[in-house]
Ligand binder design. Structure first.
Ligand code: GDP
Ligand code: MG
Length: 160
């Protein structure tokens, strides 16, 4: 069983993406940060792969949950084969996104950088900034509109 973790700062759409990929609404999606504290697992099938996706809590939230959430995410990632790093370029990168990027570099796992909330082509203008995170080309997706998900999963399975 291949495990893949979804990580990022709060509110970028990790749980939305998780739900969309596993095809069920299991993780709670909310307009405010900090809803997911424990790691949530869900199974998805893609091509010949059976993948256990892990939805993790928002990293570098700046609140009291920051340290325990990061510890839980780190534990979950001990058996992950790849990471989906979710950002929200429409909101722009924050210090938290750069913290997550540095943390991921230390963990030494393959990282697929995802720009979420790219609901239509007109949002592509927001992508350029994400190159600065140091994980190469950002993949535009929209969890809400189910855009870009096959390209994302092709990239993910290339690391399994
Ligand atoms: P998480 O904190 O990273 O798990 O983020 P959530 O999945 O809870 O989503 C945070 C907010 O972003 C919610 O209001 C979602 O409806 C919204 N959201 C998530 N994905 C998208 C998307 O693809 N497009 C847009 N426009 N909003 C999204
Ligand atoms: Mg969440």
């Amino acid at each position: 069983m291949h495990k893949v973790a979804i990580v990022g700062r709060p509110n970028v759409g990790k749980s939305s993406l998780f739900n969309r990929l596993i095809g069920r609404r299991e993780a709670v999606v909310a307009d405010f940060p900090g809803v997911t504290r424990d790691v949530k697992e869900g199974v998805m099938l893609y091509e010949n792969h059976r993948i256990v996706l892990m939805d993790t809590g928002g990293l570098w939230s700046g609140d009291e949950w920051e340290a325990p959430i990061r510890e839980k995410a780190e534990m979950a990632m001990e058996d992950a084969l790849a990471v989906i790093f979710v950002c929200d370029p429409r909101e722009g990168l924050s210090a938290a996104d750069y913290e997550v990027a540095d943390w991921l570099r230390r963990l030494n796992l393959p990282v697929v950088l995802v720009a979420n909330k790219i609901d239509s082509l007109k949002h592509d203008v927001y992508l350029a900034e994400l190159w600065g995170l140091g994980f190469g080309e950002p993949l535009p997706v929209s969890a809400e509109h189910a855009r870009g998900l096959d390209d994302l999963m092709d990239r993910v399975v290339s690391h399994l």
